[in-house]
Design a protein around this ligand. Structure first.
Ligand code: XMP
Length: 509
């Protein structure tokens, strides 16, 4: 399997670069700029991509890799800061662009070169820089320019060193995909043969060997990430894996049973389901403040897990479903380790184990889903929309009670059914019902009612950092509203949330 190394200098698009490479079925690994030369040489990479980064190469604290990375005979593509660093390390000159810094869409004028095969002479690229390569190093030539950047793309073809000041990985660069493909296939000679099956098989082989004879514990939330991590680990260590599924009683309708059935029956896994609903509800009694609810649930989750872990005794390995976006953005230095510790949410101090294994830490969310399908996890589980850890407790406004949860479960199930019936499950990223603490007057038959108000929320988003409310067809909303008020007796009014994030958040609490 051919591999590309994405050497991370702290740029905001480092993840995106790896993802773009993997989209071409070439495996990409992101490593810190500190990765030792010997390790880079030993891994047999077909090519290296230097990412962008926020620093100037002249900044004493600027991240730098060993200059010899450029001399290993492996093709290198430097992007933005990566391009400037390449020029700097090879004796060129980098300077501040000052008032002519470019940001945003810019016209790129390219020369003939292997990197620009199939790219028109003029096209749009995405620029974001304050420094630029003022003088190219000996042996390099300019292969692309923009209005303010005389060396927007540079190359030393004889040594296979390539640099672009712009960002080919972002969608705004019109021919970015072609440029990356040219690097991967034309220049590095990679074969497009990486598949999720390879990832799964290689991981299973690796953990079979590394964890031979060890006892493994996994906290299963029923969410996509921990489910995929558990099934992958089960394939590697079989019965030596025990999963603890803490059902906090705040899941959606039938959800706990679905999780249990899937793992116990389909995968025949050692599963301990802890029905801790009452325990959580008693802790939540009288609590109305959202942050307090979250804290209580988080803490109680650990306590329940701790109780179960104590019964199991010493385990060698704790499995975590950490995925790449959970790893701190900068990726520079030791950030990854800090976050994985943070993610554990306190478990290590109370659970008796020797090491943590995070089998999905190099994958993006959609890759995790693909791995899940590869492992035979049912489609419905793999494609479930995100669901917050505190569950329905933050969708029942005010105090959480079993009665309110029951009402919300029904409303939410109806809304989900209608979204599914309209074929919108995959296009609408998250959709749910919220039980507000407002009662309103209604009329049913000839009688006056005074019932609950339910809000429906649906959003479109790429990353959940920002989101727009979904323009759901009126018919879907009408059907959901009609069914909710008819089928759930205590609800007399349904409203639809038309607020984007920001200023609102996706969840109501
Ligand atoms: P907000 O409400 O912050 O939500 O706009 C963004 C995304 O994060 C989910 N979310 C959570 N997930 N624990 C979680 O695991 C939480 O406490 C939590 N709060 C919000 C939310 O469902 C949405 O997908």
């Amino acid at each position: 399997m051919d591999k590309i190394l994405v050497l991370d200098f702290g740029g905001q698009y480092n993840q995106l670069i790896a993802r773009r490479v993997r989209e071409q079925h070439v495996y990409a690994e992101i490593r810190s700029f500190r990765a030792p030369l010997g390790e880079i040489r030993g891994e047999g990479y077909r090519g290296v991509i230097f990412t962008g980064g926020p620093n100037s190469v002249y900044d004493p604290a600027a991240p730098r890799c060993d200059r010899e990375v450029l001399h290993l005979g492996i093709p290198v593509l430097g992007i933005c800061y990566g391009c400037q660093l390449m020029a700097h390390l090879e004796g060129g000159e980098v300077a501040s662009a000052g008032s002519v810094s470019e940001y945003g869409k810019t016209e790129l004028c390219r020369a003939e070169s292997a990197l620009f095969e199939g790219v028109p002479e003029k096209s749009v690229c995405w620029m974001s820089h304050t420094d630029y390569v003022k003088r190219v190093p000996d042996g390099f030539r300019v292969i692309g320019t923009t209005e303010h950047c005389p060396a927007a793309a540079i190359a030393d073809e004889s040594r296979n060193l390539w640099g672009v000041q712009f960002h080919p990985e972002v969608m705004h660069t019109e021919f970015g995909r072609e440029i990356l493909r040219n690097f991967l296939f034309g220049i590095c000679g990679c074969a497009a043969d990486w598949t999720m099956e390879d990832f799964v098989n290689a991981s299973v082989c690796r953990y079979k060997e590394e964890l031979a004879g060890k006892r493994v514990l996994c906290a299963l939330s029923g969410g996509v990430d921990s489910s995929v991590a558990a099934v992958l680990m089960h394939r590697a260590v079989g019965d030596r894996l025990t999963c603890v599924f803490v059902d906090h009683g705040l899941l959606r309708k039938d959800e706990g049973d679905l999780v249990e059935r899937t793992f116990r029956e389909k995968f025949n896994m050692n599963l301990i389901r802890v029905n801790a609903g009452e325990r959580f509800l008693s802790k939540l009694a009288g609590v109305t403040e959202p942050e307090r609810k979250r804290k209580i649930i988080g803490e109680e989750f650990i306590r329940v897990f701790e109780d179960e872990a104590r019964k199991i005794g010493h385990v060698h390995v704790l499995v975590q479903g950490t995925i790449y976006p959970d790893v701190v953005e900068s990726g520079v230095g030791d950030a990854a380790a800090i976050k994985s510790h943070h993610n554990v949410g306190g478990l290590p101090s109370v659970v008796d184990f020797d090491e943590i294994v995070e089998p999905l830490r190099t994958l993006f969310k959609d890759e995790v889903r693909a791995a899940g399908l590869e492992l035979g996890i049912p489609y419905d589980l793999v494609w479930r929309q995100p669901f917050p850890g505190p569950g329905l407790a933050i969708r029942v406004l005010g105090e959480v009670t079993e009665e309110k949860l029951a009402v919300l479960r029904e409303c939410d199930a109806i809304f989900r059914e209608e979204i599914a019936a309209a074929g919108l499950e995959r296009t609408t990223k998250q959709y749910f019902a919220v039980l507000t603490d407002t009662r309103t007057v209604g009329v049913m038959g000839d009688a006056r009612t005074y019932g609950c108000t339910v809000a429906l929320r649906a959003v479109d988003t790429d990353d959940f950092m920002t989101a727009d409310w979904s323009r759901l067809p009126y018919e879907v909303l009408a059907k959901a509203s009609n069914r909710i008020t008819n089928e759930v007796r205590s609800v007399s009014r349904v409203v639809y949330d038309i607020t984007s994030k920001p200023p609102a958040t996706v969840e109501w609490e």
